[in-house]
Structure formats: structure tokens, C-alpha cells
Design a protein around this ligand. Sequence first.
Ligand code: NAP
Ligand code: MG
Length: 489
Amino acid sequence: MKLQTKLFIGGEFVDAADGATFPTYNPFDGSVIAQVAEAKAADVDKAVAAAKKAFPAWRDMPAMARGRLLLKLADAIEANAEELAQLESLDTGHPLRDSRGLDVPRTAVTFRYFGGMADKHQGSVVPVEAGFLNYVLREPLGVVGQVVPWNFPLMFTSWKMGPALAAGNTIVLKPAEITPLSSLRIAELMAEVGIPAGVVNILPGHGSIAGQHLAEHPDVAKIAFTGSTAVGRKIVQASASNLKRVQLELGGKGANIVFSDANLKAAINGSAFAIFHNQGQACIAGSRLMLHKNIADEFLEGFVKLAKSIKLGNPLDPKTEMGPLTSKLHQQRVLNYCQIAQQEGGKILTGGKAPDAPELAKGFFVEPTIVMAQPQDRICQEEVFGPFVSVNTFESDEEAIAIANSTEYGLGGGLWTTNLQRAHRVAGSMKAGMVWINCYKRVNPGSPFGGVGSSGYGREMGFEAMHDYTDAKSVWVNVDAQIPPHYPR
Ligand code: NAP
Ligand code: MG
């Protein structure tokens, strides 16, 4: 596998202006995969200038032609699917079966969706007074900055770039410093399918340096950010310089409520997927399991048994069901929450530590962890972002809703019940941008994705995303109106 490790600016892979590099690691054994060029302020300036130069031609290209390039990119991703899956698993630790089955297909599908969308996001005509025509154009913003985290680095290239490109913007994207490789490979495929130079620029580098400079940059019209709530606040402050638009997909603390009338078998399996898929490194993870007290024991018996059976291993082994966390620092953070759980009086039902198996000793693993806790405990309020789920019980629907809505976050949440009225009533009462009923963590490029409260604002996916990557321009035409003079003379 040939790796791209340089900055992608103006259609070329180049070294950083000062020649700086940083290592990216394999989370399974801690080895260095490659040294990657590190963008700093001068490189950000260069990339923004390249994107600015490319903007007019990209904006003015027929929307169908722009869309066609994204459709070609989707095809190229599928043609290189196995290589991309291996690359993503190598850099992030995602089990290959997930990279193959979810990350890569979702990336292709999302670019294809927005390729199809390019010529379908249209303006409107407003029914105004007789004699006038008023029409509204949707115009791209210009150069947009995009900053993404390390948990789904490949998939987020499509979520972020798909709508921005379809709408006619040009892009400077900064991947997370610990997972830069798959976005650089996507850049290479973009060049191969004919996306013009400068339309997309990719800058691996540190958030506090390259990311911050991008968020402050006066020539950047919008910054789209996925990451932690703490950094989201910094992005908002940085955006004030030129009042750039901001879209924030931040943390979450997903409530996953199992009612006493739920199909328990489905709920157990779905709740395990909700928290353990991707090692729990998902903003929408169902990280707070809430069980009706009548079914709690039966549910937990099955749930703990399933968690214990999840096969940890080398991400590149197709049989592996859970890989390592993506960085050593993050592994320490999650293990620290296991200690906090115990200090707060939580009861660890399984996990709570790195696995003992010697063949996993070098990897950044944490065992699937289930902890009984109280809703106000830190582990039920703060985002752990690992294979770590807190459990508490409730007795009434009202109590369940109150607990579900008791964190600062409001991203995704789920509920399991066979009662139709309860399902819709509780879904309507949840403080969340997304709710899943008798399923969890479903996403589709057509369905709005985003949160409320400390989970951010703005939406990705669908027409909502296209809307957020354009501005409305209202044009008034006097067709045959006789306008009485305002200043009769
Ligand atoms: P993070 O620390 O906020 O980093 C996210 C990105 O921001 C990285 O590329 C990071 O660069 C960059 N960054 C850091 N400081 C910056 C600054 N001052 N200015 C501009 N950019 C800066 O988050 P993370 O720990 O990587 O990711 C996990 C978080 O993302 C969790 O809270 C999770 O919930 C959230 N998330 C949200 C969603 C959603 O859709 N709502 C989806 C996935 C993840 P470096 O890598 O160099 O630090
Ligand atoms: Mg890595």
C-alpha cells in the first residue's frame, strides 16, 4: 500500500513550508506507520489562497458537471474499497469488518448522494405583489474550512466535503492529527477523477496551530467543525474575526431507554451496537443505558454476556469485532473514567480495564465496560467516548424522560418499546437532534444529522446541509409595475 503523507495544496502533494513532520501510529501495536507533513499557519495561508483561486471556476461550473465529478469519486472509492478499508483500519484501529462494511460504503454512498444533489438544490420564486418578480438564488459561500476528529476520519470526508462541493464551495480540510492517512488518499482519488486543482486542499496538522489559524482566517467564509464541545467553543470565538458562519457537531451522551414492553433480544443486541461499535468512539453512541426496573436484571444478564463475548483483536483480522482505541492518550482517558466510576461508587459489571491477553498488550485496548451508576454521577454526565456504558434504572416514563434530558448534551438518543404511543411520545420529549426507535445509530445521507444544546448547531446531510453551505440572494425585478414616485415632484 502506497501512502500519501504530504500536504495536498493546489492539486499537488507538497512538503510543509518549514519541512515539519509528525508521526502517525498504528493503534494495534504502537508502531509508527509513517511521518506525515505538518501544516502550520503559512501552509494554511497557501491552501486558503489555492481554494480562493479555484472558487470562481468551480462555482460557475454547471451543477450537473460538479455532481458528475462527485459520482465519479464515489465510483473510485468503491473501486479502491479494500485498500481504503485496510488503510482506515491501520490508522484508526477500526475492525476491518467495520471499515469494509460501514466506513467505506458509507463514504461512497454519501459522495454519490451529494453528487446527485448538486443540480437539485434549487432556488425559489416568491409570490410577491403583482408587477414584480422576486426570485431567490442559493449561492455558494466561497472557501470553507472543515475540521474533523479522528473517530471516523474517512467517512467524515464525505459528510463534510460532499455537500460543500455539491453546492459549489472550495475547501480546506484539516483531518485530526492522529488519523491523517485516509483523507490524503481521498485527495489523490479526487485528483484522479478530475476534480480541479485547488478545489479541495487537505492539511494534516495540529488543531491548536493549523486548525486554529483556519478558524481565524479572514478569507474563510464558513468553518464546519466536528469534535469536542470544548474546541467547538474555541472555534466560535475564532470565527468572530470575520463573522464566518459556523456549523458545530459536538459531543454527545446518548440516552438509550429500554422500556418493560421492549423486545429484549433485539434491545440487547441493538444496545451493544449502540455503545460498542467503533470501540464506543462515536458522538452518537448510546452511552447511557436506562432500563425499566422490571426488566433490568434479565436485560443485564444478556447484555453483560454479549459484552464479554465480543472478540477483541488485531483490527486487520476480519474476525475481530472490537479493535483498540485510536490513541494511547485516549485509552488512558477512558481507563481514567473506569477509576472515576469506582470512586463515585459505581459497580463495574464487566470490563473496566485493558485486556490481559499478552497478544493485545501493545495495543490501546479497553475491554467492553458496563457500570451501574447514578444519573448525576460524572460518568453519566461527561462524554467518555469509549466502550464504556453507564446503566441506571427507572420506574415511569416521566422519570425516564427526565433522566434522558439531564445532561448538557442533545445529540442522539434511542428507545426500545412495542407500545406505539409511548414510542412517539417519548421520542417527541427527548432533548436530541436524532432519535432512534427500536434501532440505534442509523444514518443516511438524506437524513439531517446534528444536535442541540452543547452538542452544537447546524445540520449535516440532506437538503439541510446544502442549505447550510449556501446563502440566499433575493433578486427583485420590476416586470411591469407602475411605482408611484416616493418623492412626488
Ligand atoms: P477535538 O479534540 O475537539 O478535535 C477535533 C478536531 O479539532 C481535530 O482535528 C483537532 O485537531 C481540531 N482542533 C483541536 N483544537 C483546535 C483549535 N483550537 N482550533 C481548531 N481546531 C482544533 O475532538 P476529538 O477528541 O478529536 O474527537 C472526539 C470528539 O468529537 C468527541 O467529543 C465527539 O463527541 C466529537 N464528535 C462529534 C460528532 C458529531 O457529529 N456531533 C461526531 C464525531 C465526534 P488535533 O487532532 O490536532 O487535535
Ligand atoms: Mg494513527
